[in-house]
Design a protein around this ligand. Structure first.
Ligand SMILES: CC(C)(COP(=O)(O)OP(=O)(O)OC[C@H]1O[C@@H](n2cnc3c(N)ncnc32)[C@H](O)[C@@H]1OP(=O)(O)O)[C@@H](O)C(=O)NCCC(=O)NCCS
Length: 154
């Protein structure tokens, strides 16, 4: 259990990973807390698929059983990517995102990752402040190239 210092609330915040029982709570948190622009919409099926494929991928910070923050620490066997960093607006500036990132870095380096990366929208100043403070920097020589995936005709 990771103890997040907070002078006004002695309750420990614990970092663990989400389970299939948490899917609806994750979706509800992301509605109010996450950066939701310019990405595919989250669905129950997509979150279930993530947790089924890699049961430890979605790190969560809980207080009194309630999920206050998340970070998906994805490892595909080749590269590590960080997604869905979000902390409930009422719980920000308590070090919860920092604790989630430390847990993610431990997990990913133990799995073999040599570099961690996060997609951050150009206009997300809050995100920039957090990632910069954590030692991350934009990589100007790269742009992400994307195309929506379509199912193959039956
Ligand atoms: C970004 C976010 C996850 C940070 O969560 P948090 O738990 O409040 O962050 P922490 O308390 O761990 O902050 C760690 C450091 O990040 C920086 N930081 C965090 N929030 C900041 C803010 N509002 N203004 C300036 N710096 C900030 C600070 O350096 C902070 O250290 P300090 O509190 O000692 O000064 C949270 O604000 C959030 O959910 N934002 C909306 C979703 C989002 O944009 N996610 C990032 C997607 S790329």
């Amino acid at each position: 259990m990771v103890r997040i210092p907070d002078a006004t609330d002695p309750t420990p915040v614990a970092i663990s990973h989400a389970t299939l029982a948490d899917v609806d709570e994750l979706l509800a948190l992301w509605q109010v807390a996450a950066e939701n622009d310019a990405r595919p919409t989250d669905t129950r099926e997509a979150v279930r698929a993530l947790l089924t494929r890699d049961r430890e991928a979605c790190l969560v910070a809980r207080e009194n059983g309630r999920i206050l923050g998340t970070l998906v620490a994805g490892w595909d066997g080749w590269r590590a990517h960080l997604y869905r960093l979000a902390v409930h607006p009422d719980a920000r500036r308590r070090g919860i995102a920092q604790a989630l990132l430390e847990a993610a870095a431990s997990r990913l380096t133990a799995l073999g990752a040599t570099r961690l990366d996060a997609m951050v929208l150009e206009g997300n100043e809050l995100g920039h402040a957090f990632w910069r403070n954590s030692g991350y920097a934009p990589q100007p020589e790269w742009r992400r190239w994307v195309k929506p995936a379509t199912s193959r005709p039956a």
